[in-house]
Design a protein around this ligand. Structure first.
Ligand code: URA
Length: 227
């Protein structure tokens, strides 16, 4: 593997940031400065950034179409957990964020702690789009209401994008991920959510992925998530 890819994979920066770091002679391989981004890293190489050893960890990134009934956890005494659906030898994979047990849809799973932190940070404003079905007619002015901040008691939800499908179903796109947020936002306008599915997460969607199935992310998808 090239040195710049190795360092970018280890989240030292984007490929171009890492190239600058290499050119500035801050990378040592086996005690010697290497300033060529295309240096081929070998298995036994010890790579240092300034004086910090960079260990290579193989990261895995999956998108799962979570079925109902599964908990977003690595283990649970009472219910099946989403990790049971992923066939990997790695023991450090975790769901990035949470969907309720009765919620279906797009869930990211990875062992990249930095990405996890980045995507869940309130500062990153990742757009999550949900398909929602409710028990009663959604008010005519729902779009206007959701387009403003909404007081949910313990926090103020940011404006959300509401797209009506019919009287009792819609899409809602939000940039936060508080506990039961979508259900609570609909409750606030008098509707109880009867079915909830996350359709999109930033650049990712569920195209071609049946419920209960998962796939690895492409390099392009991973770098888009990181930026
Ligand atoms: N909002 C909810 O209410 N539940 C989820 O699972 C996700 C978002």
């Amino acid at each position: 593997m090239r040195l710049d890819k190795f360092l970018a994979d280890m989240s030292l920066g984007t490929r171009s940031e890492v190239k600058k770091i290499i050119a500035s002679k801050r990378i040592k391989v086996n005690g010697l400065i290497v300033n060529k981004a295309d240096y081929q890293v070998k298995e036994a190489d010890e790579i240092y950034f300034d004086d910090q050893l960079i260990n290579y960890v193989d990261y895995e990134y999956y998108v799962l179409n979570k079925p109902k009934g599964y908990i977003c956890a690595t283990e649970d005494k009472n219910y099946p957990v989403v990790m049971e659906l992923i066939n990997s030898k790695r023991k450090d994979l975790v769901p990035i964020g949470r969907l309720d047990k009765d919620t279906e849809g797009l869930l990211l799973i990875s062992n990249d702690g930095k990405l996890n932190h980045h995507l869940l940070s309130p500062k990153s404003h990742v757009i999550k789009k949900y398909y929602v079905e409710v028990d009663t007619k959604i008010p005519e002015n729902a779009e206007e209401i959701f387009a403003r901040e909404m007081d949910l008691g313990d926090f103020i939800a940011k404006p959300a994008l509401f797209e009506r499908i019919n009287e009792t179903s819609a899409y809602l796109s939000i940039t936060e991920g508080k506990y039961h947020q979508v259900k609570r936002m609909f409750e606030k306008i008098g509707c109880t959510v009867t079915y909830l599915k996350r359709m999109e997460f930033k650049n990712l969607n569920l195209d071609g992925l049946d419920v209960g199935k998962y796939r690895s992310l492409t390099e392009e998808e991973i770098s888009n998530l990181k930026n």
